[in-house]
Design a protein around this ligand. Structure first.
Ligand code: NAD
Length: 315
């Protein structure tokens, strides 16, 4: 029974990863400082194969038990969080990643770092394949997140090349599902919260900017396949079906049966115009393609989180 250590395991994606690893018969050590995550995401897990350690990985950390996989997900992830926590975001991407890699090296464990489509910035190439180097403003407000992730990738590759650590890197595109936080500022939780209360749905700009949205179960399946693949180069995992924000808002209105109207607000600084993964590499390496369509995923999110889970309360 392999043991997996998941940093950021009490967050949205981390908690789904813990669930799936346990379901597959792994032992799981979940490490989290609860900065943006919550014990609520893992309180349903009551098996002896699961352990929770509350600690901040910006500080060095060790575990006694042999670890076979390190899944490194800890980082503020939504714009609201990383704009509130700019230095912490840079520290967890640098010191935190360094400590997680050190632990993987010590245990001779496989390592996966959770990178992001944000490494492509506001892309000049569409769709984005892994060999595109990106178009990021390092000193813009989003730079703290984008550059922390780019640095984390560089560090991960250096540990592989110089220290022989068996590393992998997933570039995650927008993912959604139950346990998203209603007030995390991202489009799907915001639109669902507004729609369920028949409040106006706030679309930035004219709503013509596009995104691709991946349902969480598809993402986690791709993440585990990549960690187990022995591939060291970055790999995009995301759903290539592209929607404008306006199309997304209308899909949310349909699925929730809402009476909301759509209103338009100022576009945030450096907001990318287009985002769509080229998933040729994931198909070739992992035989991975997403299975859940947007409407199906929105319905699953509604069913899984329930109305109360999606409305929530501001933090
Ligand atoms: P999240 O905020 O729900 O989860 C992040 C978790 O990391 C939280 O539980 C938080 O408490 C924990 N954490 C933060 N700093 C920490 C520290 N110093 N020590 C220990 N724990 C710490 O975010 P998420 O959406 O689940 O994202 C998980 C990972 O996936 C992040 O690395 C994020 O950058 C990446 N990612 C997510 C998406 C997405 O669409 N959700 C897209 C691209 C990349």
């Amino acid at each position: 029974m392999p043991t997996c250590l998941v940093t950021g395991g009490a967050g949205f994606l981390g908690s789904h990863l813990c669930d799936e690893l346990l379901r597959r018969g792994h032992r799981v050590i979940c490490v989290d400082n609860l900065e943006t995550g919550s014990l609520k995401n893992i309180e349903h897990i009551r098996v002896p194969e699961f352990a929770f350690l509350q600690l901040d990985i910006v500080e060095p950390f060790f575990v006694e038990e042999q670890v076979d996989f390190v899944y490194h997900l800890a980082s503020p992830a939504s714009p609201i969080d990383y704009l509130r926590l700019p230095l912490h975001t840079l520290k967890v991407g640098s010191y935190g990643t360094h400590h997680a890699l050190g632990l993987a090296k010590k245990h001779r464990a496989r390592f996966l770092t959770a990178s992001t489509s944000e490494v492509y910035g506001d892309p000049k190439v569409h769709p984005q394949s892994e060999d595109y180097w990106g178009h990021v403003n390092p000193i813009g407000p989003r730079g703290v997140y984008d550059e922390a992730k780019r640095y984390a990738e560089a560090l991960t590759m250096a540990y592989h090349n110089q220290q022989g650590v068996d590393t992998s890197m997933i570039r995650i595109f927008n993912t959604y599902g139950p346990r998203m936080r209603p007030f995390d500022g991202r489009a799907i939780p915001t639109f669902m919260r507004q729609a369920l209360q028949d409040q106006p749905i706030t679309v930035f700009g004219d709503g013509s900017q596009t995104r691709s949205f991946c349902y969480v179960d598809d993402l986690i399946r791709g993440m585990i396949a990549l960690a187990e693949s022995g591939r060291h180069e970055p790999c995009n995992i995301g759903n290539p079906d592209e929607f404008t924000l306006l199309e997304l808002a209308n899909a949310v209105i349909d699925v929730t049966g809402s009476k909301s109207e759509i209103i338009f607000e100022l576009l945030p600084t450096d907001d990318p115009q287009q985002r769509r993964p080229d998933i040729s590499r994931a198909k070739e390496w992992l035989d991975w393609t997403p299975q859940v369509s947007l409407r199906e995923g929105l319905q699953k999110t509604l069913d899984g989180a329930g109305r109360d889970g999606l409305i929530g309360r501001a933090r």
